[in-house]
Design a protein around this ligand. Structure first.
Ligand SMILES: C[C@H](O)[C@H](O)[C@@H](O)C(=O)CO
Ligand SMILES: [Mn+2]
Length: 424
């Protein structure tokens, strides 16, 4: 054993004792970490560009990537290499969430309403090799038919029909992911539809969207293959006055139709907390999807860090035993830093939030609460923030054969020097 590993083990032994004195069994917590499966969003790899055409880039839809850091993958092979690097630096289990613009179209012009399983078979085969599940997303932006700001709620029947056919094709592909990989695929639907300035016919657009969804979801797929999620938003760039698919809209739709609601924690007013919403919506829904992100002012998509918001999300899921009802996905995109590093920071922060939540002496806190001992409750919560959490995390990484502490930084920098910098 190296000296460094010995220190990790020794620190863990101290941490184990410290948590045991608080009634927390760290070995059991590390076992439980196997149940935390994070679905990495493929679009951080290349700034949401996709591979439909050689010069494809994110266009419109109320989302934006800034930055031009070198090393962006130029092909699906390069993207897979980057993703494999990311997976190699993360402890535990992950999945990958693909967007429809990441098919293998082999230089052919395949429009979104014509995509099929054949364009994603390469991804399925790759996922099998990696031993991971795949999730999927319709891409209702970066397309001329999305340029006027309305897709599934469009009053132009040709445009609306095009997007209905696209989302139907996406559900078919996702169900095939689930079938071939033996783990249900979550298909998430986010559409940019909305209005920059005050619309008159809010109701009209929402009625059209509802009709489109009814048609899209009319086809049923086995639950073991496909889970359907829909993602709400308060506003986007260019849709400040109204988003058709608002929280109330999709909350109503998913409850009525037994679908999954996707809560992206960058999609609400900054004083609202998704952590507070989880136990509310799960009174009425069987499952939800999360898009874990970090909102900064108007942007909803900064790299996740271990902040209070993420902690509350993890605590609420763990405290209420919701792990089998919450699908954890990531959603951020930053082109201003090493993109591989961005994934590792964001994914590790998310995993750390769950590890910290699992290390909480919940029963003690609950006893304080139920006896109105609110000072003790607050004080213990604060105390937990400074327990030897880092030692447990490091040991978890060591046991999973991935870099401990900040050692992943060197790994990312080496990959940049050896691989990313050679991409021109
Ligand atoms: C690229 C994703 O579909 C997108 O980020 C969506 O999930 C979203 O959050 C839009 O604001
Ligand atoms: Mn999102």
């Amino acid at each position: 054993m190296t000296n460094k590993n010995k220190h990790v083990e020794e620190a863990y032994a101290l941490a184990k004792e410290q948590y045991a004195n608080l009634g927390v069994d760290t070995d059991a917590v590390l076992e439980k970490m196997n149940e935390i499966v994070v679905s990495l969003h493929c679009w951080q790899a290349d700034d949401v560009s996709g591979f439909e055409t050689p010069d494809a880039e994110l266009g419109g839809g109320g989302i934006q990537v800034t930055g031009n850091y070198p090393g962006k993958p130029r092909s699906i092979d390069e993207m897979r290499a980057d993703l494999q690097k990311v997976f190699s630096l993360l402890p535990g289990k992950q999945r990958l969430s693909l967007h429809a613009i990441y098919g293998e179209f082999d230089g052919k012009q395949v429009d979104r309403d014509a995509i099929d399983v054949e364009h994603f078979q390469g991804w399925i085969d790759w996922a099998k090799q990696q031993g991971i599940g795949l999730d999927f997303n319709a891409t209702c932006f970066s397309h001329p038919f999305a340029d006027d700001g309305f897709t599934l709620s469009s009053k132009n029947e040709k445009i609306r029909r095009f997007w209905i056919d696209h989302v139907k094709a996406c559900r078919k592909i996702a169900a095939e992911f689930g079938k071939q990989l033996g783990t249900p695929s979550v298909h998430n639907l986010w559409i940019p539809d909305g209005s920059k300035d005050y619309p008159v016919d809010r109701a009209g657009y929402r009625a059209i969207l509802k009709n489109s969804l009814d048609e899209i979801y009319a086809e049923e797929y086995p639950k073991e293959y496909l889970k359907d999620a829909m993602e709400c938003k308060l506003f986007g760039i260019g849709s400040e006055a109204m988003v058709v698919g608002s929280h109330e809209f999709y909350m109503g739709y998913t409850i009525q139709n037994k679908k999954l609601l996707c809560l992206d924690n960058g999609h609400f007013h900054p004083t609202e907390q998704v952590g507070d919403k989880i136990s509310a919506v799960l009174q009425f829904l069987d499952e939800i999807l999360l898009h874990v992100t970090r909102g900064v002012r108007w942007d909803s998509d900064h790299i996740v860090t271990l902040n209070d918001e993420i902690m509350l999300i993890a605590q609420e899921i763990v405290r209420n035993n919701y792990l089998n009802r919450v699908n954890i996905g990531l959603d951020f995109f930053d082109g201003s830093v090493n993109r591989v590093g961005a994934y590792v920071v964001g994914a590790r922060a998310t995993q750390q939030a769950f590890l910290q939540a699992l290390l909480e002496p919940t029963q003690t806190l609950l006893n304080y609460e139920e006896n109105a001992r609110y000072f003790e409750r607050l004080a213990l919560m604060e105390t937990m923030k400074t327990r030897l959490f880092g030692a447990v995390w490091d040991y978890y990484c060591l046991k999973n054969n991935v870099p401990v502490g900040g050692d992943f930084i060197t790994e990312v920098v080496n990959y940049e020097n050896e691989v990313l910098k050679k991409r021109k």
